[in-house]
Design a protein around this ligand. Structure first.
Ligand SMILES: Cc1cc2nc3c(=O)[nH]c(=O)nc-3n(C[C@H](O)[C@H](O)[C@H](O)COP(=O)(O)OP(=O)(O)OC[C@H]3O[C@@H](n4cnc5c(N)ncnc54)[C@H](O)[C@@H]3O)c2cc1C
Ligand SMILES: *[C@@H]1O[C@H](CO)[C@@H](O)[C@H](O)[C@H]1NC(C)=O
Ligand SMILES: *[C@@H]1O[C@H](CO)[C@@H](O)[C@H](O)[C@H]1NC(C)=O
Ligand SMILES: *[C@@H]1O[C@H](CO)[C@@H](O)[C@H](O)[C@H]1NC(C)=O
Ligand SMILES: *[C@@H]1O[C@H](CO)[C@@H](O)[C@H](O)[C@H]1NC(C)=O
Ligand SMILES: *[C@@H]1O[C@H](CO)[C@@H](O)[C@H](O)[C@H]1NC(C)=O
Ligand SMILES: *[C@@H]1O[C@H](CO)[C@@H](O)[C@H](O)[C@H]1NC(C)=O
Ligand SMILES: *[C@@H]1O[C@H](CO)[C@@H](O)[C@H](O)[C@H]1NC(C)=O
Ligand SMILES: *[C@@H]1O[C@H](CO)[C@@H](O)[C@H](O)[C@H]1NC(C)=O
Length: 566
């Protein structure tokens, strides 16, 4: 009897497995060629309901070909690319290197594949347009993608065989002195559409005598992916993360409902949208940020050249020892170390923002570090400007249009205190291992730590971190497919084990500047917040309409987000 029961159990188990894998393997999004893929008439009627704002999306290189070629200045301009519905700013995300044969569209090529570029794009101008797009995707079981600027370093704003909703046209900006949430006065704030680039926003804020916590960039969209990742800034040591300063979102969720999300309404979604990862929750229409009276600041740019990888390590150890020199001034700083192949040297470009500080006081604060740095290298340029902070944190454009992937880790403050020399050794090892650049961001500590009591989905590692360190890995169009694959895996295979000497294991990383191939993205990007995020995701998006690489729930889907794997 026992034997029979055992056999039956085995049989049931096998049958169950078969059934499960049969049904699950069939659970895929509808793609062209499937009988259920929308017909031409159905697309036309969607277009009609959008008043004609549906376009066919094409790769940026094909767009250029169709328009008689793009100049180098256009190709590398994020402002120019913002108006190409299918364009990503790191063009590798437009390519599908892995299919057999690969589907690629490179600059000036005559033979273009659609790659990972969406099929159609909705250039939404209203909440109704967004709702129509969500309903159409949901009804027809289509892969959906959402894009504001196309800056995403993990390629999350594009997807193969998808319908794209672009929020680029959401350009409203409204300042108020008293923003109220359920009758409670939250004070001075700006409500900004999820298409507004930072250069426009900072300029508008300056006219109002205001500043807000946003990225140091020209064309990143504050109310797009930036804020959902948490958002760091040169002003973070002074004022906290961007997501510490967001008061409300307007969002269209997976069932097409338009929701106000804040500390009183839909509070679980409010928690998730502040750090729980870009592109996983719904389509954000606008976000409301706290504003502060604007101020003057000193912007300092110093360039130091050294001869070799040991010297760059020495400089960075010295930088680590002096990093607390600037705490009292709430300095935000970008310390970019890179190889200069023309000069056969290594460089440190040190950009510091000293809020409410004169140029003289900024120089005094930098002097002890620079005096020490002179032992190891040569200061090749030095610039210091006192001006309005709104002007200093932005520019007219961002330089893009190349192939790049990133990998990153937050570095705990305790490591800067206890092991500054190890930080230096790590730089030496990374450059010895062929890194082209190691990008450091002093955007934590200060108010970011003090805001530890804020209950949001921001990874708690942010509250004890001092810096975020990012490694870019880049390639040319001419690089072979097998070498592209090697480069895409360089962070994981080669650089991360080195970085872990100071980042710990498992470490934490900022999900907006990170590796889409991160092995355990749940822990690295979301830490202890993952279970709650997953629960909120299942409630607001039960059909997984909003799936992005390394985002909440993405482990239930294949790499393209087209078929379920669980
Ligand atoms: C030049 C440059 C400078 C940067 N500087 C900083 C910095 O100082 N601090 C910092 O924290 N980060 C910085 N970043 C990283 C930046 O936060 C990310 O690239 C971020 O993803 C950009 O958001 P986006 O909406 O503009 O990009 P997109 O590529 O359009 O979107 C990024 C992600 O957000 C989702 N998304 C976009 N719009 C919406 C929407 N309306 N509703 C829902 N989901 C949406 C997309 O699906 C995708 O997952 C910088 C990036 C660049 C290129
Ligand atoms: C949608 O309609 C507009 C205006 O009628 C038209 O120009 C556009 O080509 C249509 N889009 C598609 C994808 O057919
Ligand atoms: C592509 O063509 C443009 C002119 O349309 C030219 O300026 C550019 O140098 C070419 N780029 C490459 C990579 O071939
Ligand atoms: C932008 O503002 C106008 C005027 O207040 C409003 O009618 C419109 O709905 C807003 N658009 C979006 C996308 O919020
Ligand atoms: C707006 O806020 C300011 C400062 O917080 C306050 O003095 C003022 O009374 C408020 N106005 C209204 C209408 O609530
Ligand atoms: C690299 O070095 C050369 C020669 O010293 C210099 O002209 C150039 O500006 C440097 N480039 C960068 C990006 O630092
Ligand atoms: C770097 O190399 C140059 C040229 O070889 C040499 O003159 C200089 O002394 C070196 N600098 C340091 C700090 O070692
Ligand atoms: C591939 O990369 C290896 C290692 O960097 C390099 O030696 C080789 O030349 C590359 N091959 C091609 C065809 O680019
Ligand atoms: C849509 O989803 C929201 C949030 O989950 C929920 O509050 C609302 O009741 C849902 N609406 C419908 C019509 O199902």
């Amino acid at each position: 009897m026992a034997k029979l029961a055992f056999l039956l159990k085995q049989l049931c188990f096998i049958v169950l497995l078969l059934c499960v894998s049969y049904t699950r393997a069939r659970y895929c999004r509808t793609v062209p060629g499937d009988p259920s893929f929308p017909s031409g008439d159905e697309w036309n009627s969607l277009n009609y309901s959008l008043s004609g704002r549906l376009v066919k999306a094409v790769p940026s290189a094909e767009f250029c070909d169709m328009h008689g070629g793009c100049t180098d200045a256009e190709w590398t301009s994020a402002v120019f690319r913002a108006n190409i519905p299918g364009a990503m700013n790191q063009v590798n995300w437009e390519q599908d290197y892995e299919s057999i044969p690969p589907s690629i569209c490179e600059r000036n090529s005559t033979d273009c594949g659609q790659g990972d570029v969406p099929l159609y794009a909705i250039l939404a101008e209203s909440v109704q347009d967004v709702q129509a797009g969500i309903e159409f995707s949901s009804t027809h079981n289509l892969r959906l993608a959402v894009k504001a600027s196309g800056h995403d370093y993990l390629g999350r704003s594009t997807a193969r065989n998808s319908l794209l909703i672009s929020t680029h046209m959401f350009q409203n900006i409204t300042f108020v002195d008293n923003f109220t949430v359920s009758g409670y006065d939250e004070g001075s704030a700006v409500t900004v559409g999820s298409g507004v680039p930072l250069n426009t926003l900072y300029k508008a804020a300056k006219e109002q005598g205001k500043i807000l916590v946003g990225a140091v960039a020209a064309t990143v969209v504050a109310a797009g992916g930036y804020i959902q990742g948490g958002g760091h800034s040169a002003l973070s040591p002074l004022l906290g993360l961007a997501s510490d300063n967001v008061i409300e979102f307007e969002v269209v969720t997976a069932n097409s409902t338009y929701l106000k999300v804040n500390g009183k309404q839909n509070t679980d979604l409010f928690w998730a949208l502040r750090g729980g990862g870009a592109g996983s929750w719904g389509v954000v229409v606008s976000a409301t940020f706290r504003t502060f009276p604007t101020f003057s600041a000193t912007y300092s740019l110093i360039s130091i050249a050294v001869n070799d990888t040991v010297a760059i390590g020495s400089i960075m150890a010295s930088h680590a020892k002096h990093i607390f020199d600037w705490d009292d001034l709430y300095v935000g700083q970008y310390f970019y170390a890179y190889e200069n192949t023309t000069a056969n040297a290594y460089m440190l470009a040190l950009t510091s923002y000293f809020p409410k500080t004169s140029s003289d006081d900024a120089s005094t604060a930098l002097k002890p570090f620079l005096d020490e740095a002179k032992q190891f290298g040569q200061i090749v340029s030095q610039l210091s400007i006192e001006g309005n902070i709104n002007d200093e944190v932005t520019s007219v454009d961002d330089a893009v249009g190349f192939n790049a992937v990133l990998g990153s880790r937050l570095i705990p403050e305790s490591v800067y205190h206890d092991h500054p020399d190890t930080i230096g050794h790590v730089y030496t090892q990374l450059f010895n291992a062929g890194a082209v650049a190691v990008l450091g961001h002093l955007v934590a500590g200060g108010m970011v730590s003090e805001n530890g009591c804020i209950d949001s989905a921001v990874h708690p590692a942010w509250r004890t971190a001092k810096t975020h360190i990012v490694l870019p890995n880049i390639w040319e169009d001419s690089t072979t497919l097998s070498n592209i694959s090697l480069i895409q895996n360089t962070f994981k295979n080669l650089q991360l084990p080195i970085l872990e000497q100071i980042a710990g294991s498992p470490g934490a990383a900022y999900s907006n500047e990170a590796d889409s191939l991160e092995e355990d993205f749940r822990t690295t990007f979301f830490g202890p917040n993952y279970p709650r995020l997953d629960d909120i995701k299942r409630r607001y998006d039960p059909m997984d309409l909003f799936i992005v690489a390394a985002g909440v729930g993405s482990d239930r889907w294949d790499k393209d987000g087209l078929c379920r794997v669980d």
